[in-house]
Design a protein around this ligand. Sequence first.
Ligand code: 8DG
Length: 131
Amino acid sequence: MDTVRVVCGIIFKEDKILLCRRKAEKSLGGYWEFPGGKVEPDESEGDALKRELREELSMQVEINNHFKTITHQYENVQIELIAYGCKFIQADFVLIDHNEIQWVKNTDLLSFNLAPADVPIAKTLIAKRKY
Ligand SMILES: Nc1nc2c([nH]c(=O)n2[C@H]2C[C@H](O)[C@@H](COP(=O)(O)OP(=O)(O)OP(=O)(O)O)O2)c(=O)[nH]1
């Protein structure tokens, strides 16, 4: 089975991280995620992340370090979830693919119903506190 490459942002505003809840009608609807999306062919991970954040949230960030990559097998798809640390710059937060957003303290991440692939990323964030 092919692996779908997905890039997501661990977006910091001071000591809080942005979580977004996927709309009910989407795949993994109702789960909270780090925003981002699929990397298109011939697109860099950074360009894909900037594009997705602009399209989904009208948001601009500064992309910093690669944080962690997780391979996760869902029932009918395998994804490679590539997470980058980002600094929040500004957003209109016009929600397209999500129905709620929240800025969350590191230590509260696991109290959200995270997409299963995101759980190891949240655990690493909690273990490191600051990356
Ligand atoms: N953006 C994002 N997607 C994630 C995360 N964790 C996780 O399992 N995913 C999954 C959900 C989707 O199956 C896929 C990303 O696709 P996407 O966000 O571009 O969604 P999409 O609209 O293209 O997907 P679809 O509903 O059309 O299938 O990766 C995450 O933290 N961020």
